[in-house]
Design a binder for this molecule. Structure first.
Ligand code: BES
Ligand code: MN
Ligand code: ZN
Length: 507
């Protein structure tokens, strides 16, 4: 992880600087400077730089003017060698200061990190933003500098990922450090998620995934692993039916964090962990099938969230459950038309073996409700291709039986940039799951409302518990990079749910 430090910046602004302050020593090497947008009143004038020595501030202002750089959001300007000891300055536009909140700060940090990728170390001048926002800039920089390159052996692949240490210069060092002590836990959680989601399926089998979750005991989580025999005892016929075609044995893993009051019902988080989804006998087309290594991103997000809660010692009781299976095709694989009996006792006609995520979740959700009687359940799953048709890659689908829960999740989504869009549930949709031979079938007969019928299926295993289902098929993996979000595994859900827990449930 990119090493972060917070150091005091030059306190006086350019007009009064004596040029001899703490910040001065850091004005060398590569620098990033956050620059608020020129306002109406000073339009046409030059930018002002807080926290820089006078001469440097003036020469940067001139260069920026020559480049017509005005500090608009999502723009930058590179200035080479503006002073003897400074190799490169990247000015990062942060837009209007009134609209610069936590998520914008994270994007700016990510932007800086990607522009500084060729440097080994760099400093970032935060200007006159608060210590809180400076810590969010740091989070963005750390997340933006992430790369998964454990399988690369050629240095060429790493040439844009050299940045190992970033000093953030701020006038509010203590405030920034305090928040960073918990935001760095968020970064660790997101990294855990991205790491497991990036792993190929030949490495990250259900048992290997379970081992990596067992490692989380080192952070103070209680971790319990259920193997096939244990799940047979629990009557997990739906999950085990999916698993039966693979030589890689299934697991269910339960992670507990008890940071809240003794005896208080936990918040429950449940994740789909299909380590590879070939579709089974209802085989997927070859093109793009490799993407199905990340069909465990829901489970990855749950594990990343639990990591974060443990590392920042969250004052809350939480339990994370993941169902880990590989959906394969073989002589032992489940057939279309098979009928399985779920842990709830309800029978399911499996009309399509590629609608496997809901079968896995059916048993884990039922177990979660009965075993933990949680305050609420949030499940995350790369459940349907249909959600990508509906929402693309901007929003995850949100389904809920509880308006307050749905609203709180939406709010956390806006704060963290991990946005959610609510879709309806209703008994007319539920009827589409009626089966001729069993209590329900695992798909509706047509393709219509595919994400909703999937959510209706899950709802049948919930009972009265407040519940939300996040369909993250469109947001768990990014084909293009964005600021703070290198392409590949996004870690979607960790920041969202960390914010949801922090703002709603911790005293
Ligand atoms: N894992 C897939 C959904 C998915 C698709 C995730 C694309 C990420 C990207 C899921 O198991 C699946 O195959 N769903 C089917 C359901 C259908 C058979 C009713 C789908 O969406 O096609
Ligand atoms: Mn599938
Ligand atoms: Zn799947």
């Amino acid at each position: 992880m990119l090493q972060i430090s917070f150091l005091p910046q030059n306190h006086s602004d350019q007009h009064h600087s004596d040029g001899k302050t703490d910040g001065e020593t850091l004005e060398k090497g590569a620098l990033a400077v956050l620059v608020p947008e020129l306002t109406h009143e000073n339009e046409g004038h030059t930018l002002t730089f807080h926290g820089l020595k006078k001469e440097l501030a003036e020469s940067l202002a001139q260069a920026a003017k020559a480049e017509e750089f005005t500090g608009k959001e999502d723009t930058h300007c590179v200035i080479l060698a503006p002073a003897p000891h400074i190799s490169r300055v990247v000015l990062i536009g942060i837009g209007k200061k009134e609209a610069f909140h936590a998520w914008e700060a994270e994007k700016a940090g990510g932007y800086a990190a990607s522009l500084l990728g060729k440097e080994k170390t760099a400093s970032l001048i935060t200007g006159d933003i608060s210590g809180i926002l400076a810590a969010h800039v740091a989070l963005g920089a750390v997340l933006g500098a992430y790369h998964f390159s454990i399988y690369h052996h050629e240095p060429e692949a790493l040439k844009n990922h050299k940045l190992t240490a970033l000093s953030l210069l701020t006038s509010h060092v203590d405030e920034a450090k305090t928040l960073w002590s918990s935001l760095s836990a968020v970064a660790e959680g997101v990294f855990f998620t991205r790491n497991v989601v990036s792993e190929p399926a030949n490495i990250l089998t259900p048992s290997h995934f379970a081992d990596r979750l067992s490692d989380l005991k080192k952070h103070g989580l209680e971790v319990e692993v259920f193997d096939r025999a244990a799940m047979e005892k629990l009557g997990f016929g739906a999950l085990l039916g999916v698993a039966q075609g693979s030589i890689n044995e299934p697991r269910m893993v339960v992670m507990r964090w008890n940071g809240g009051e003794k005896g208080e019902a936990p918040l429950a988080f449940v994740g789909k962990g299909v380590t590879f989804d070939s579709g089974g006998i209802s085989l997927k087309p070859a093109s793009g099938m490799e993407e199905m290594k990340w069909d465990m991103a829901g489970a990855g997000a749950v594990a990343g969230l639990m990591t974060t809660l443990a590392l920042r010692k969250a004052k809350v009781n939480a339990v994370g459950l993941v169902g880990l299976v590989e959906n394969m095709i073989s002589g032992k694989a489940q057939r279309p038309g098979d009928v399985v009996k779920s842990a709830s006792g309800k029978t399911i006609e499996v009309l399509n073996t590629d609608a496997e995520g809901r079968l896995v979740l059916a048993d884990v959700l039922d177990y979660t409700c009965k075993k933990f009687t949680p305050q609420l359940i949030v499940d995350l799953a790369t459940l349907t291709g249909a959600i990508i048709v509906s929402l693309g890659h901007e929003y995850a689908g949100l389904f809920s039986n509880d308006d307050t829960l749905a609203h709180d999740l939406e709010k956390a989504g806006l704060k963290t940039g991990e946005k959610l869009w609510r879709l309806p549930l209703g008994k007319e949709y539920d009827k589409l799951l009626k089966s001729d031979i069993a209590d329900m079938q695992n798909i509706s007969n047509g393709r219509d409302a595919g994400s909703i019928t999937a959510a209706q299926f899950l709802k049948r295993f919930i009972g009265e518990t407040p519940w939300a289902h996040l369909d993250i098929a469109g947001v768990a993996w990014a084909k293009k990079s964005r600021h703070g979000q290198p392409k590949g595994a996004t870690g979607f859900g960790v920041r969202l749910l960390d914010c949801f827990v922090r703002t709603g449930f911790e005293k």
